[in-house]
Design a protein around this ligand. Structure first.
Ligand code: NAD
Ligand code: LMR
Length: 376
């Protein structure tokens, strides 16, 4: 008897699609979601049914995704799972999805920067954007983009939806719900700061680790870890700060070098991605009405107006860069406000040295992505 790998969805199911699910990040993230997604199970069974979560896993590598889904489907958790590939079509994967997570695309090899991935990954992102436009409800769906270069691929998707799929994207405010995932930089900043400020023998790490907001983009100097906001800031000397900033900005290269041709960060990325997805699940299940976090988003809508509260104040502070990572509040409608004050709270080095290096690079990457979307 065939095993029920593509069960019919129960009513009131929260469906999460992962595109690129058979890759290094896709597999690890799918495992975390299948095993670790904890959501309050209400006592009465009718309510519990409303909280059902389904993972729809898609990859162009058919053999790989068949194996991954068969394997994960033996895990004894209530999260259900289905298998999708070009053989079965992406439609069934995307239809009725509330959250689409995209780690599809090429990772770096030593000697490459993230921008070197643009040509190949922008084509993949364009195709997936067309599928999302066709099969998802653009007035509701959230999209989390992990694939690199994040700085350009988020503009690719947003602009493609505005310009090539105007018929379905108009009046949906979809740009408020398309987020580049930069959480790994925040995870790194927290980890590296902890290593410098706390005795290395102290394990396990307490939950009280200092938190460092990382704003800007996700590549080299566009990554702006704001150690000035951490409680340990005053105990750091100039050399420690310089070391920490560089390590966060080039943490990805460390992993690419260590993997020596076998790819880039997958496990730490899955961990970071899981933290982000967990919050979105809470929001989408209705357990909370808003969540807070840092994502890379469009600050403008298709007509050039700021998309959420605080963006009109933020834009002049960042030389009108149209996409930026910044602490924000997110409701089911998408980003509703941003914490532009954080730019005022930066220290002199962050404001006068780091920001002027970040902005021109980030604006160039945004332009590359936006231009590609309009011309292709
Ligand atoms: P990987 O090569 O292991 O996996 C990528 C997967 O995407 C493969 O299984 C491949 O078959 C699949 N794929 C390719 N084209 C596809 C398409 N059109 N539709 C569906 N699936 C498709 O790579 P990885 O290590 O998982 O990394 C994936 C991406 O994530 C890379 O671009 C990498 O640079 C990026 N990344 C981003 C961050 C971040 O912080 N945002 C961190 C790490 C890696
Ligand atoms: C990372 O920061 O680890 C990712 O963006 C992957 C990479 O290419 O460095």
């Amino acid at each position: 008897m065939p095993h029920p790998i593509n069960p019919a969805l129960q009513p009131n199911t929260l469906k999460i699609s992962i595109l690129g699910a058979a890759g290094g990040i896709g597999q690890s993230l799918s495992l975390l979601l299948k095993t670790q997604l904890h959501f309050p199970l209400k006592t009465n069974s009718t309510q519990r049914d409303k909280n059902h979560i389904h993972l729809a896993l898609y990859d162009v590598n058919e053999d790989a995704i068949n194996g991954v889904v068969a394997d994960l489907s033996h895990i004894d958790t209530p999260v259900s799972i289905s298998n999708h590939s070009p053989a079965t079509g992406i439609k069934d994967c995307l239809m009725n999805s509330s959250l689409v997570i995209i780690p599809a695309g090429m990772p770096r090899k030593p000697g490459m920067n993230r921008e070197d991935l643009f040509n190949i990954n922008a084509k993949i992102m364009s195709n997936l954007t067309d599928d999302i436009a066709k099969y998802c409800d653009l007035s509701k769906v959230f999209v989390l983009i992990i694939s690199n270069p994040v700085n350009s691929l988020v503009p690719v998707m947003v602009n493609r939806l505005w310009h090539k799929h105007q018929d379905v994207s108009k009046n949906t405010h979809i740009e408020r719900r398309i987020m580049g995932v930069t959480k790994l930089d925040i995870v790194r900043a927290k980890t590296f700061l902890h290593e410098v400020t706390i005795d290395a023998d102290i394990t396990p790490r307490s939950n009280d680790m200092p938190d460092v907001p990382v704003i800007g983009g996700h590549s080299g100097e566009t990554i702006m870890p704001l150690f000035s906001q951490s409680r340990s800031y005053k105990s750091l000397d100039k050399d420690q700060l310089a070391y920490l900033i560089h390590r966060v900005q080039y943490g990805g290269d460390e992993v690419v070098k260590a993997k020596n041709g076998l790819g880039s960060a997958t496990l730490s990325m899955a961990h970071a991605g899981f933290k982000v997805v967990n919050k979105f699940v809470s929001l989408l299940l209705g357990n909370v009405s808003e969540i807070h976090g840092i994502c890379y988003v469009s600050l403008l809508d298709s007509e050039g107006h700021p998309t959420a509260m605080g963006m009109e104040k933020l834009l002049p502070l960042i030389d009108n860069c149209a996409f930026f990572s910044i602490p924000m509040t997110i409701t089911k409608k998408g980003v509703t406000s941003v914490d532009y004050d954080i730019v005022d709270r930066m220290d002199d080095h962050e404001r006068n040295e780091m920001l002027p290096l970040c902005l021109p690079k980030l604006k160039k990457s945004v332009e590359t992505g936006s231009k590609f979307a309009i011309e292709n």
